[in-house]
Design a protein around this ligand. Structure first.
Ligand SMILES: [Cu+2]
Length: 151
C-alpha cells in the first residue's frame, strides 16, 4: 500500500514542472531618446528555467509602430543591425542577453520621446510562453546595466 502511494506521488512530481512558466525577464530597460527620435532600443536579460528551448519571436508596444528583435554585428568597421530570422533562441536552462552592441529590441515609428524615469510596457511574444507584458524602465543615454548577475 505504501509502495503504491509513493509511485503515484512520483508521477505527480514529474508532471508538475511542464505546467510552470519558466521564463524570467531581468532588468528590462529602454534608452531615453532625444525629442525628435523616430527609433528607440530596449534591453533585458531573458532567463529560461525550463527544460525546453523558447524563442523570442517579436514584440509590440503602444509607444511605437513596430518593435523588432535585432542583432548587431561589426562588418568591416561598420555596425550592422538586422532582424533575427526565426526568432531569438532562449536555451533550456540558459539565458540570452539583449544589451548595447548586441541583440536588442528596436522600436520604430516612435510616437513620442522616451523620458528617463518613466516605465513603458512592451509585450514580448514567445513561441512557447506566448505573449508576456513587461514594464521597461527608461534609463539615461549613458546607462550601463549593473548588478545583472548579482542575484
Ligand atoms: Cu536595431
Amino acid at each position: 500500500m505504501i509502495k503504491t502511494m509513493t509511485i503515484a506521488l512520483a508521477l505527480a512530481a514529474v508532471a508538475t514542472p511542464l505546467a510552470a512558466a519558466p521564463l524570467r525577464i531581468e532588468t528590462p530597460w529602454l534608452r531615453e531618446t532625444p525629442p525628435a527620435a523616430e527609433t528607440g532600443a530596449g534591453y533585458a536579460l531573458i532567463r529560461n528555467g525550463g527544460s525546453k528551448e523558447d524563442r523570442l519571436l517579436g514584440a509590440s508596444s503602444a509607444v511605437a509602430d513596430a518593435v523588432e528583435v535585432h542583432s548587431m554585428t561589426m562588418d568591416g568597421g561598420i555596425m550592422r543591425m538586422r532582424p533575427v530570422a526565426g526568432g531569438l533562441a532562449v536555451p533550456a536552462g540558459g539565458s540570452v542577453a539583449l544589451r548595447p552592441g548586441g541583440y536588442h529590441l528596436m522600436l520604430t515609428g516612435l510616437k513620442r520621446p522616451l523620458r528617463r524615469g518613466e516605465t513603458v510596457e512592451i509585450r514580448l511574444r514567445f513561441a512557447r510562453a506566448g505573449s508576456v507584458p513587461i514594464r521597461f524602465r527608461v534609463e539615461p543615454i549613458a546607462f550601463q546595466p549593473g548588478g545583472r548577475h548579482e542575484r
